[in-house]
Design a protein around this ligand. Structure first.
Ligand SMILES: Nc1ncnc2c1ncn2[C@@H]1O[C@H](COP(=O)(O)OP(=O)(O)O)[C@@H](O)[C@H]1O
Ligand SMILES: [Mg+2]
Length: 392
């Protein structure tokens, strides 16, 4: 039986969302297969790692007992021994509990998890892991890099400019002038790295723009300013597989009202109370509220949005799974790439289910992809001998 470590929590604003993704959408279906031993690894808000079967129980977190659990537990350490082994002191006469891991299933959202840093660690350890690799994850978590790459690959984005915090501090008047001459209001000002709409503003004049820039630079060293897409229809497309053969799920249209667009509460807390699906599928878990699956678009526009999503997945070199968000101008029929989520909340299992893939199939396929990628990587030639050292 293979041992799968599911890593969740972490030092990110999306810590709590990650707990639900891990327990409900990954650990539960993995255990239903009866084919894997599942080891939960919880990274607390301070960055310490814990490993204990009790961490599979959502009640530990919802009840607040987790604080007490942490006080009484020893953090786990990780041994890189040509793979990955968990090491926990049992507290009895220096005895240690060890567990070798076959595949890691990262279930982290946001910084230090979804952004490529955890993937780098796993890559160094030589342990197969689910989802996008280091580069795709890092690019996806940077709205500036992702858009620059997309543009380089001929994919449409709304017109944007990017600035560093240092540039903004040095000469904000010049930057405001440049924005006003190159871009047209209304604009969106965003920190490049955060998710969940934190630090994002929609601005319609210079005073608001100045304020928006200040807010975004408060959160991030990199800020993006982009033109608002008019007559907006938002769609998102979960995708699975390797970049050379990606498989789309269904195009999904979140049914939130425009005024709710950047509200963390709307996205994660309301369980869809604010939106109304007109005959669309209601998502389980409340993470994304109501949405229409498949999106109610004319066939040609649906195909164009799907092709854009797949092109982005390829351009970034995603693997495993990712979800590509797009903004559509319903009048012009233009589809703009907005962002990529390398680990969508709940794996977007509700959408895969609508596309005919159960949550059990989904996690199994993702583990299969992780093992395939590790096998391909191993087969690459990564060394060659030289006489370089002999000359010394
Ligand atoms: N260029 C834009 N035009 C229109 N709406 C936008 C634009 N950029 C962002 N939005 C709105 O703001 C929301 C949050 O922006 P997004 O870039 O997706 O950040 P986050 O990482 O917080 O999800 C989007 O879902 C969309 O509703
Ligand atoms: Mg978004």
């Amino acid at each position: 039986m293979k041992t799968i470590a599911v890593i969740f929590g972490g030092r990110s604003t999306e810590h709590d969302v990650s707990i639900v993704t891990a327990i409900a959408s990954i650990i539960k279906p993995l255990e239903l297969t009866k084919e894997y031993r599942v080891e939960p690894i919880y990274i607390a808000r301070d960055g310490a790692w814990y490993w204990d079967p009790k961490l599979k129980d959502i009640k530990l977190f919802t009840s607040g007992d987790i604080d007490d659990f942490i006080r009484r537990s020893h953090p786990v350490s990780v041994q890189f021994d040509g793979g990955m082994t968990l090491v926990k002191s049992s507290g009895i006469a220096g005895r240690k509990q060890l567990k070798q891991i076959d595949v890691v299933f990262p279930a982290m959202h946001g910084t230090y998890g979804e952004d490529g840093s955890l993937m780098g660690l796993l890559e160094m350890a030589g342990v197969p892991y689910v989802g996008c690799g280091v580069a795709a994850s890092a690019i996806a978590m940077d709205k500036v890099l992702a858009k620059q790459l997309a543009v380089g690959c001929g994919i449409a984005t709304s017109k944007f400019l990017a600035f560093s915090k240092a540039e903004l501090e040095r000469d904000s008047a010049k930057i405001v002038k440049q924005i006003k001459s190159d871009l047209a209001f209304p604009l969106f000002v965003k920190p490049a790295h955060l998710g969940s709409s934190i630090g994002i503003s929609r601005v319609v004049n210079e005073a608001e723009l100045r304020n928006g820039l200040e807010v975004a630079a408060h959160y991030d060293n990199s800020v993006i300013v982009e033109e608002a897409v008019q007559n907006l229809i938002e769609v998102t497309l979960p995708i699975m597989g390797f970049a050379d053969d990606p498989k789309p799920a269904l195009l999904e249209q979140p049914m939130t009202k425009p005024e709710d667009f950047f509200d963390f509460e709307t996205k994660y807390m309301q369980g869809g109370k604010k939106g109304k699906g007109k005959g669309g599928q209601k998502n389980g878990g409340g993470a994304q509220g109501y949405s229409q699956i498949p999106a109610d678009l004319p066939p040609a526009l649906y195909a164009k949005a799907e092709a854009t999503g797949l092109a982005v997945y390829k351009a970034l070199g995603c693997s495993g799974t990712a979800r590509v968000d797009m903004l559509i101008d319903s009048k012009s029929g233009e589809v703009y790439f907005n962002e990529v989520n390398p680990l969508p909340g709940g794996l977007y299992a509700h959408n895969w289910k609508a596309a005919g893939i159960s949550s059990v199939d989904l996690v199994q396929k993702l583990i299969g992809l992780a093992e395939d990628r590790a096998r391909h990587t191993q087969q690459l030639t990564t060394s060659f001998s030289t006489n370089y050292l002999k000359q010394f």
